[in-house]
Design a protein around this ligand. Structure first.
Ligand code: AMP
Length: 403
């Protein structure tokens, strides 16, 4: 795997795909700049070598969220909102081009001098980006003579700027530091996990996690299942689950997964009990119930104390832990205990030498929220990309650079 550390960028003009898809408030202020910060080491390495950088990214889904008159909302989805923060974090002025493939954009990239930076407007203003259009990719490739991909968050998409573009830079392409770290950490768990290997799966839906559970049945010693998706398993065992979340069309699948786990000698561990609530609300009345007999009108919104105890013990005796998805509705204080306890158990396991990888999205948000981000081995920035990797799929953004 080639990374920016393997090259000297003196005199090079680097077209760098980053993930600057940051959250913005109504006044277009950045509410969390971690994605920009995550790309800084790569940008700084190129600039320090004496190269120049053309940054390209997407922001939101402008073609899916058109204005009422059917036009693209170029104000709302403009990467211009990120410009001052990027400049501030880099400690230098960054230029901007308000279209990624206009004549003006190419004039600006052509005129870049050593150690200068240009940011291109949102790639997704063009439908060709998400369609993976080769001509669009070729056009974009005209902005530089070297291609670096540091956008792990979109590595599972075969988009023009993440995958197709790489072929126009034979011998002159590599991964950025962030992307390399993401791949290394994911590969470590997937191919070299120290045993026992425990995968902790949570979140709302089984349907989102079927492929990953199926793939992990061959690799993990334990698969812990929490969150809303656990109730589909209890329903599949003829349990009474009240009004808990359930996917009626996945009951057979849940039975099949439990059967396969047995055959493969992988322990599928379901929560023994739940914190139940009389409504989906932060002020709901709550109680504790086992998961085979939840009363009508009540729903499980978090794992219960027995489950916390069992899950924590399994986690603490694991050599490797992979965690994706919360154990309950952790956004509400009354239902955060299970997710918090899992984060704490993983931090404790890590402190005694276990390796822990936290999947992106809600699990990453949870370890940050509860203050455990620096007490685990690695927190991934890529939700969908990491999931697809653990489903056993090849990520187009990775493959394109490796080829
Ligand atoms: P996912 O996007 O599938 O990882 O699901 C994350 C969401 O699942 C979070 O917003 C949680 O609030 C929600 N969630 C977790 N446990 C439950 C539950 N028992 N009932 C309903 N929603 C849940």
């Amino acid at each position: 795997m080639k990374t920016v550390a393997d090259f000297n960028f003196t005199g090079k003009k680097v077209l760098l795909r980053v993930d600057f898809n940051v959250p913005l408030d109504k006044q277009y202020n950045i509410t969390d700049d971690s994605r920009i910060r995550a790309a800084l080491p790569t940008i700084n390495k190129i600039l320090k070598d004496g190269g120049s950088v053309v940054l390209m990214s997407h922001l939101g889904r402008p073609l899916k969220k058109l204005k009422e008159d059917g036009s693209v909302d170029k104000e709302k989805f403009s990467l211009n909102h990120t410009l001052s923060r990027i400049s501030e974090l880099l400690g230098q002025n960054v230029m901007f081009s308000d279209d990624c493939i206009s004549e003006e954009a190419f004039q600006k990239s052509a005129g870049l001098k050593a150690s200068e930076v240009l940011l291109l407007e949102n790639l997704r203003f063009y439908k060709e980006e998400e369609k993976g259009n080769k001509e669009f990719a070729q056009k974009l490739s005209g902005h530089g003579n070297f291609y670096v991909n540091d956008a792990f968050g979109t590595a599972h998409r075969a988009h023009a700027s993440t995958a197709l573009i790489a072929e126009f830079f034979p011998g002159n392409k590599c991964f950025g530091y962030l992307m390399a770290a993401e791949i290394e950490n994911a590969e470590k768990v997937m191919f070299n996990a120290r045993k026992p290997f425990t995968a902790v799966m949570g979140g709302a839906k089984v349907s989102d996690k079927i492929l990953i559970i199926q793939n992990l049945l061959d690799k993990a010693d334990n698969i812990i299942i929490g969150g809303g998706m656990a109730y589909t398993f209890f329903k599949a065992m003829n349990g009474a689950i009240g009004s808990s979340l359930v996917e009626e069309d996945r009951l057979d699948l849940a039975r099949e997964l439990m059967q396969k786990a047995k055959e493969k000698n992988c322990k599928l561990i379901l929560p023994k009990d739940s914190v139940i609530a009389d409504k989906f609300d932060k002020d709901a009345n709550t109680g504790i119930s086992d998961n085979m007999s939840i009363a009508d009108g009540w729903m499980g919104l978090d794992i219960g104390p027995q489950a916390i105890k069992e899950f924590s013990e399994v986690i603490k005796s694991s050599g490797t832990v992979l965690w994706n998805g919360p154990m309950g509705v952790f956004e509400m204080q009354k239902f955060e205990q299970g997710t918090k306890a899992v984060a704490e158990a993983i931090a404790e396991a890590t402190s005694t030498g276990s390796y822990s990888l936290i999947g992106g999205g809600d699990s990453a948000a949870a370890v940050n929220q509860f203050g455990y981000a620096d007490k685990v081995s690695y927190v991934s920035t890529g939700g969908g990309a990491l999931l697809e990797f653990f489903e056993g799929k090849i990520l187009p953004g990775v493959e394109a650079v490796n080829n």
